[in-house]
Design a protein. Structure first.
Ligand SMILES: Cc1ncc(C[n+]2csc(CCOP(=O)(O)OP(=O)(O)O)c2C)c(N)n1
Length: 325
């Protein structure tokens, strides 16, 4: 795969961002209608996630995610219908059989596994995957996504330390949105940037603007090349804003200042990316309007279809458990 971002790749990335946003907005509406139990939004993280995936090779590389990787899962090839089936817990839901928090479980078709709510567990798991790849002489890179809050877990330290000692092909991709639920970054760490911690493990630490697809793409490509050359892990800190509260159950007006919340839209990656793509003649304003319409139509169709599907039958309630009816 070439590492050039040509027009068609840029269009595809922006389309994924638009579908992610339309679907994410729809899920919040479905939550307020009492149809979707809970959702953690990726709004604000779309550019960061889509550009990171674009720099890698999904047919070879491994991705360990957590609950906020809505755009990642779409970029890796899950469909809007699958996503809605997950959020609405409908029969045939692929990740956990409609038994879990959305975006939890496994998605074998796109090689995603073991994603959960237990903050930080994906970090040592990713290092294990990378160790297996190194032992098999595979050229694969493992990318692990985590938040600023997860960076405070012991798991994070152990994973980075081990990966660096053994020069494992890992990209530690921290999406720093400044909050772990209601806890701001300043109460998580006494340093300004998570990326500066990389020096303590003997690996490069790179700070990128997570609203800039070009910046994220370049940093991730460089980290992947480094990993494939056998030079070990890289820590990338991608700064983003969490545009919405932690989940649909949260109210960030209780812990964020009013002017802070009002200023969030300045860090919205959708208009930022749209403006960039127009300025370099990849898209026109009318292309963007058409693409926005298309994304809404895709989401409308999926909502209509999945909304009418049945829930799992009550007779399946105790499947895979030791309990009996
Ligand atoms: C081990 C563990 N501790 C605490 C929690 C409760 N919890 C759920 S999400 C979360 C915040 C995580 O924040 P961050 O890693 O910054 O990711 P973000 O949600 O901001 O994307 C916490 C503390 C948990 N699920 N697991």
């Amino acid at each position: 795969m070439t590492n050039e971002l040509n027009k068609s790749r840029l269009k595809k990335m922006f389309r994924t961002m638009l579908i992610s946003r339309a679907l994410d907005e729809r899920v919040w509406i479905l939550n307020r209608q009492g149809k979707a139990a809970i959702a953690a939004s990726a709004q604000g993280h779309e550019a960061s996630q889509v550009a990171c995936i674009e720099a890698l090779d999904p047919s070879l590389d491994h991705f360990l995610i957590y609950y906020r990787q809505f755009t990642v899962t779409l970029a890796l090839g899950t469909t809007p219908e699958e996503q809605l089936r997950t959020f609405l817990a409908k029969d045939g839901e692929i990740m956990s059989g409609a038994r879990q928090f959305p975006l939890h479980g496994s998605h074998p078709r796109v090689d995603l596994f073991s994603f959960s709510n237990v903050v930080g567990t994906q970090l040592p798991q990713a290092v294990g995957v990378a160790l297996a790849d190194k032992m098999r002489d595979s050229n694969a890179v493992t990318v692990v996504f985590f938040g600023d809050g997860a960076a405070s877990q012991g798991d994070c330290h152990e994973a980075m330390n081990f990966a660096s000692i053994h020069s494992l092909p890992v990209i530690f991709f921290c999406e720093n949105n400044g909050y772990a639920i209601s806890v701001p970054l300043s109460k998580q760490m006494a340093v300004e940037n998570i990326s500066s911690r990389a020096a303590g493990y003997g690996m490069p630490g790179v700070l990128v603007d997570g609203t800039d697809i070009f910046d994220v793409f370049e940093a991730t490509s460089e980290a992947a090349n480094r990993a494939r050359r056998g030079e070990g892990p890289t820590l990338i800190e991608s700064t983003v804003e969490r545009l919405l509260p932690h989940t649909t159950d949260d109210d960030h007006s209780k812990y964020r200042r009013k002017d802070d919340i009002e200023g969030l839209s300045r860090m919205d990656p959708l208009p930022i990316t749209a403006e960039k793509l127009v300025s370099i003649n990849v898209l026109s304003k009318s292309d963007i309007q058409m693409m926005e319409k298309e994304a809404k139509l895709i989401v409308d169709d999926a909502t209509e279809k999945i909304g009418n599907e049945p829930y799992p039958g009550v007779e399946t309630m105790l499947l895979h458990s030791d309990l009996e009816f």
